[in-house]
Design a protein around this ligand. Structure first.
Ligand SMILES: CC(C)(COP(=O)(O)OP(=O)(O)OC[C@H]1O[C@@H](n2cnc3c(N)ncnc32)[C@H](O)[C@@H]1OP(=O)(O)O)[C@@H](O)C(=O)NCCC(=O)NCCS
Length: 190
């Protein structure tokens, strides 16, 4: 939901939280043709491509315009991964291998930070042609396992309230709506 005021547009977002002790999170099996790759710095370009493919036509581009540009996604990946609170263990790339050529294609990404004792999921995205196969859930399960491995007991994320399909996915996994947040941004033509 958007509200406009003095050239600023406010986007309504939920903070959603999941406590590992109270959830039945597991790691599901990976569908054939896909791979989950742990973070390493030589993968930043692939994470950026997956992020761009996943977000370029989505509503969050209005709030975070950098997600709509390949170079913006690269800058964002460099910024996230250079932070002192970056959690590489909770950062995963999903690749698809095209059956004939076997060429690997980066189609999904999730990144983790540690903020005030919480695992904080940054941008999770699966490219449109590969959605609905459980890969988004798998990325969250891998991130959760990574947060647990560094001693964190809970994780959170933020989601635009209009992103009903993503919210349904998070609730199915066990996330609870904890807070409503209004994020202000200048939208061209607003
Ligand atoms: C949210 C997202 C990561 C889910 O990825 P996914 O691989 O489709 O997730 P899964 O297959 O594990 O779960 C599918 C669920 O997501 C829903 N879903 C969300 N967007 C979907 C889409 N475009 N196509 C198919 N299913 C979608 C499905 O309805 C399904 O829910 P259900 O099982 O309750 O019916 C993906 O839709 C995406 O990248 N969206 C754009 C970027 C975005 O908004 N990210 C979230 C920012 S907070």
């Amino acid at each position: 939901m958007e509200t406009k005021d003095l050239g600023l547009t406010y986007f309504k977002r939920f903070r959603m939280e999941l406590n590992f002790d109270q959830s039945r999170l597991q790691v599901s099996s990976i569908p054939p043709g896909f791979e989950m790759i742990p973070f390493s710095s030589d993968l930043i370009g692939e994470h950026a491509s997956a992020k761009h493919e996943s977000f370029k036509n989505e509503m969050d581009v209005n709030l975070f315009p950098c997600l709509g540009r390949r170079d913006g996604c690269l800058r964002l990946m460099r910024e996230i991964t250079s932070r002192a609170n970056f959690v590489p263990e909770a950062t995963w790339l999903c690749r698809y291998r095209e059956p004939v050529s076997k060429l690997p294609l980066a189609i999904g990404t999730i990144q983790g930070l540690e903020i005030d004792g919480w695992g904080s999921i940054q941008n999770i995205g699966i490219s449109p042609t590969h959605r609905g196969h459980g890969l988004g859930s798998l990325l969250i399960e891998h991130a959760a396992r990574g947060f647990k491995s560094v001693g964190l007991r809970r994780m959170h994320l933020e989601v635009t309230t209009d992103n009903t399909a993503a919210i349904r996915l998070y609730e199915r996994i066990g996330f609870k709506r904890a807070e409503v947040i209004y994020k202000a941004t200048e939208v061209a033509g607003a």
